[in-house]
Design a protein. Sequence first.
Length: 252
Amino acid sequence: MRKTITTLAAITLLSTAAMAEDVSAYLISSSASLSDVKSKLQANGFDVLATTNNVVTITNPELQASNTYVATLHVYVGDSDVRVQNPAYFGAAYLEDAYKKGQFKGTVDALTKALGSMKGSKEKLDSSDIPGYHFMMSMPYFKDAVTVAEGTNIHEKVAGNANIAYSLSLPSGALLVGHKLSSSTNGFLNTLGQTANSQILPYEALVYSNKVLMMNPKYYLALSLPQLSMGQFMKISSVPGEIEDDIKKAYK
């Protein structure tokens, strides 16, 4: 009997291990020129919302249907490769229990046609850890959003704002807004040695009828750079507050 129980336990462990899989935060393709990347993305069904420091922000109807931050993807055209946010990774994080595996297959197929063969990045998490992601004790979850601004004229402040790179109306009625950060705040990528991951910016917020919410930077940065340790993040301990301050300035 004991042997049977042990065998069943081993089978259960093996089955669990078989179901678990790592999901990369980014998809990487061969280097190309910025103009070439943009034209091929547009030819494969993507709208280009903005180009900010060699980061191309794109969208399509499948992404927009998510009604959350994965309505856009950032594509960084670097010197050695092209890196794009993986909608399977960020979709699972933002949609949590509502996410369905393969939900963004059409988008990934279109990215492959536009950018060529892609491989997963070393920045990755186990698929079971992405929904409800939590870096460590006392750190925020996705649900712990930061209220940036409130008022009756929020949408008026978005239009023509020099601090805003783009805005996108979602089917739900919310507005997804990409914010330009100050040069001093942007320097955190260099401090971390992560300029090759410039696709984590621009920083986005969701605008509702009279309120602006953003992901807590402590959550977003940890989710976007999951390979980094707490010690490394401590090097930029002031940055989450600086990001929040930069975005609040856009609505004053």
